[in-house]
Each structure stands twice: as C-alpha cells, then as structure tokens.
Write a protein that binds this ligand. Structure first.
Ligand code: GLN
Length: 547
C-alpha cells in the first residue's frame, strides 16, 4: 500500500477554470516546501491520447521526454515544478478501456462479467498508484472535465473508493469552482458552487478545500455562506482571483491565501520553510521590463488560443531572461499568401515559424521565411518551421526549382524533406511519429552551440519527415549549414545561415523544455537577437526592400 498522500483536484460549474494551472501551482507550493511531488492528469475522452486530435479541438499536444503525446496541462506541471513527468502521468478513458479490454481478451478476469465498477475503477486506481512511490510525499491527480459530466463519472467514483482503500487521512479533495459576478444583481453568486458541491457529495465525495475562481473579491460573509452550505471549513474556502497579468502569479495568490498551510495541516505533512524568492524575482522582472520587442508567430493554428501554448510561454520566458516585454503578433500563414509578407511582417523584430501538419498555409510560411532571410530579421524555425526553411533555401538559394517536402508533394523533383525509411510503411497514426527526447551534437562555432554553451543536447521530437541529407553538401555550399546532427551524423537537427544575423531552425521542439525561471537557451538567444535588431538601425531591411 502507498505511503504517499494524495490530492485530487476536480472542477465544477464550467470548464476552462484553470484546473491545470491550479494543480501545477499546488504542486509548486508543496515542492517549494521541500516535499517530493508528482502530478498526473486524467482525461475523460475516449481517444487513447490527444496525439491524433486537431489543435482546434484540443489545443497543443504536449510531448514528454519519453515520447508520450499528452494534454497541455502537463506543460504547466513541467513549467511550475521539477516533478518527473512520464507517460503514466496522463491517462484517458480510452487508455483505461484499452487496458481493460486487453486483459479481458487475455482471459485475466477469469470468466467474470467485466464492468465499470470494479474493473474500470480498479484500473483507474492502479494508474494513481503507478505514479506514487516510496519516496513520493504527495501525488496530485487532476480530473479533467466538469463534475456532473457522464464521462468523468468512473474517475470520480474511483477517487472516492481510493480514500476508502488508503484511509481518508491520506487523501484531500480540492474542488475548483466558479463564483460569478452578476452585473444585473451587482453581486457575486455562490449558488453554482453550492450546486456543484452537491453534485460531488451525491457521489460520496466531500471536498476538503474549495478554490473559488472569481473576478471580484469574495466578501467574508459570502465565504462563510459557501463554507456553511458546502460543509467546508471556512478557512478552506480559498479565493483565486483572475490574473490578467500573468499565469505565473497564480501560485503566489494561492500562497497569500494560505492554501499550502491548509494542505499541510489537513494531510499531516511535515511543515518546512517555503523557498519562493527566485519565483518572486522572476515575477519582478516580468513586471519591470527594460526593452520591448514584437515577435511575429506565423503558423496555421494561431487563432486558437492554446494551439501553440508552449511556444507563447517560451517566448515570455525568454523575455523574462532578457528583461524584455515580448509582444506577440499572431499571423495566419494563409494571410501571408493573400496579403504578402512585407505588408504583414514589416516592423517586427523577430519571426518564428512553429510546427504544423498538412499543406494548408505552407507557401505562406515559405514566403515568411524568405522575407526574414532577405531582410535580416532574426528568424527561429521549429519543426515544420525548419522544413519550410529548407524548402525556401532550396528554391531560392540552392537553385532547386520546385523543391518541396514529400508531405506536400509526393512526386516532387527535389524532395529536400522526406520520410525516413522506417516511416515509409507506417499506416497507423497514433503514436507512430519520431517522438520524445533524442541527443544532438552541436557544431563548434554555431549560434546553437553558443546559445546552449554545450556540445551535446537532448531535445524532444514530434514529426515524421526529415531533412533529406542527400542534399546536405549542396545546401552547405550555398550557405545553409547543418549545425546540429544526430550522434551518427545521419539526421539534420539544426540548420543555420551564418550570413544572416540570427537564423536558426530546429527539427525538435525546444518549447517543451522552457521554464519561467529557466528560459530555453535558443528562445533566449532569439529574443536577445530581436532586442539587438530593435536597437540597431534597419539598414539591411531598407536596402533589400528597395531593390
Ligand atoms: N508535418 C511535419 C512532420 O511530420 C512537421 C511536424 C511538426 O511540425 N511537429 O514531419
């Protein structure tokens, strides 16, 4: 039986309350009190993982070191804490059922009728135990969805049973809810919270802590009312006011409301001094930038708030690392095709082309990269961003007319980006890309090596296509260099154009390894280059455009 304590975070009233951020913040506060924490998320949908879901539906797919394709909340976990996160930390209904069905087919249920209770709930409880370990003090499990949804019922039932299995003294239920302000009435309303807690209690869960998302301060009398109606200690009704400025303020606001102390008391955890100075300093530099730059992010899903979540966060982190406010201009690459790069990109201090799939908008990305290359604006390409850089350079500098990736044109004359042999026969979509962390050797004297200050790095991948290294020599002769290679030298992981002030494109996804207190070296170097560009006269740009 486990020695770890367990915190379960549920959500009520509406979705998108920020359960992920709250769970990450709780993890951070406990970790900074010297506790060994793990975080885990259950998602109630039937997809085995979000890897096959559209960014429009689901936002970003967040990739872990071990190659798991997961929910973007796991990105918050990694940005806020140092807890090791692996594929056991994101479990969907689909994955639970897959395991149950596999067991049934193997005859492991010895002839029983397989049912939601106990077989599915047992599987869920095992998933919780898998994350716990002897040296883990606290496991925080976030339950996706909203209490009352049909989909999340088996998870809620499982966490109810879990307290019976391990003893209630080892379990804490945190319920995140909304306390709306009604303009017409001129006051905040506690009824939705009461209803959502009633829903939980009907299933048999009495929340220990209520975290109330609210636009306005909640008066003491209203807190008392919530406490009374929801059967929660008054001190455990915590206000979480909307943070317009930065998500990184959330843990501080929970700290000010003593959430960490309440958890420690209720779970009988050892109480240690909290180490939070570096986080406060980070927030201080976020609030007091010395410079400002505008970065264009030209992609396919930019209009969706969360589709490039980690990219936007990493740009912010790099801003903090450079005392710079990063203003992000989101541009659909199709708009570049219609209106031209010059019109939409003129005046920006840096251009980033992120990852993506499929043909739509690719030509706009190629035009964007050409503009960045010719005007000397710092350019950072990521995954598809590298592949489009290679296509652009092939067409306009190497002299390979019509060069393309075989993803977009199967029978292109110059397949400068193509599938590796091991990807050729792959027909199943889920989990079959080149995924997770791979080593990469950096070339001496490159921008990448200068940024990392290292010669071997490890970065996370999520793609099928690769630079076609048969063309490597031609590119090198024309001025685009491979500055990062797989250890066997076969795969091109980074390209640079040394003639350009800052042109770096990477096949991996550095955005999955950036934290607010440890900005990613490449993002940091990119923003530094953008700051320099902002300061220096626009000579290069003007002359080129005049030609
Ligand atoms: N579509 C490209 C590939 O599969 C790029 C993927 C990405 O940008 N993540 O290789």
């Amino acid at each position: 039986m486990t020695l770890s304590k367990h915190i379960f975070v549920t959500g009520g009233v509406v979705s998108s309350l920020g359960k992920g951020l709250t769970s990450a913040s709780v993890g951070m506060l406990l970790e900074r009190r010297g506790l060994n924490v793990r975080l885990q998320k259950f998602d109630p949908y039937i997809n085995v993982d979000p890897g096959t879901m559209s960014p429009y539906q689901h936002g970003e797919v967040y990739v872990l070191e071990d190659g798991a394709e997961t929910d973007l909340d796991l990105g918050h976990y990694e940005r806020f804490t140092n807890a090791p996160i692996n594929r056991n930390c994101n479990i969907t209904t689909g994955r639970v059922y897959q395991r149950v069905i596999d067991k049934e087919r193997r005859g492991e249920y010895l002839g029983s009728t397989v049912q939601v209770i106990p077989h599915v709930t047992d599987e869920i409880k095992q998933a919780i135990q898998r994350v716990a370990a002897d040296d883990v003090d606290v496991v925080i499990t976030e339950i996706g969805g909203t209490v009352g949804d049909i989909e999340s019922l088996p998870f809620i039932e499982a966490i109810r049973q879990f307290a019976l299995d391990v003893g209630k003294e080892n379990v804490l239920y945190i319920h995140l809810t909304l306390v709306p302000f009604l303009k017409a009435a001129g006051e905040i309303k506690t009824k939705p919270t009461q209803h959502s807690v009633r829903e939980l209690r009907q299933i048999g869960i009495q929340p220990d802590v209520l975290i109330c998302r609210t636009e306005r301060p909640i008066p003491e009398t209203e807190k008392e009312k919530i406490a009374l109606f929801c059967n929660v200690e008054k001190g455990a009704v915590i206000e979480e006011r909307d943070k317009d400025f930065s998500i990184y303020e959330v843990p501080i606001s929970l700290l000010e409301n003593h959430l960490d102390q309440i958890i420690i008391r209720k779970l009988h955890l050892p109480s240690r001094h909290i180490e939070i100075d570096d986080w406060q300093e980070m927030l201080h530099s976020l609030r007091n930038p010395e410079h400002e730059v505008t970065i264009a992010v030209v992609g396919k899903y930019v209009k969706h708030k969360d589709a490039y979540k980690s990219i936007y966060e990493s740009l912010d982190h790099a801003g903090i690392g450079n005392s710079t406010q990063v203003v992000i201009r989101r541009i659909e690459s199709e708009e570049i095709e219609q209106e031209g790069a010059d019109r939409l990109l003129r005046g920006v201090d840096g251009i980033l082309v992120p990852g993506g799939f499929g043909t739509r908008g690719v030509e706009g990305k190629v035009q964007t990269i050409r503009f960045a290359r010719e005007t000397g604006i710092p350019f950072f390409g990521i995954c598809l961003g590298l592949q489009c850089s290679v296509i652009e350079y092939a067409r306009h500098m190497v002299g390979l007319d019509g060069a393309n990736s075989t993803e977009f044109e199967k029978s292109t004359e110059h397949p400068v980006v193509c599938l590796l042999e091991e990807q050729q026969g792959v027909t199943r979509l889920g989990g079959t890309m080149r995924l997770g962390s791979y080593p990469c050797h950096l070339v001496d004297g490159s921008l990448a090596q200068a940024a990392y200050g290292a010669s071997i790095i490890h970065e996370r991948h999520r793609h099928r296509y690769e630079f076609n290294s048969e063309y490597l020599e031609k590119f090198s002769a024309a001025g685009m260099k491979a500055t990062g290679l797989s250890p066997d030298g076969q795969l091109v992981e980074i390209v640079e154009v040394p003639e350009h002030p800052w042109f770096v494109a990477v096949q991996f996804h550095p955005e999955f390894k950036s934290k607010p207190i440890a900005p990613h070296p490449l993002f940091k170097a990119f923003i530094r280059a953008a700051v320099q560009r902002r300061r220096s006269p626009r000579g290069v740009e003007e002359t080129q455009l005049a030609q």
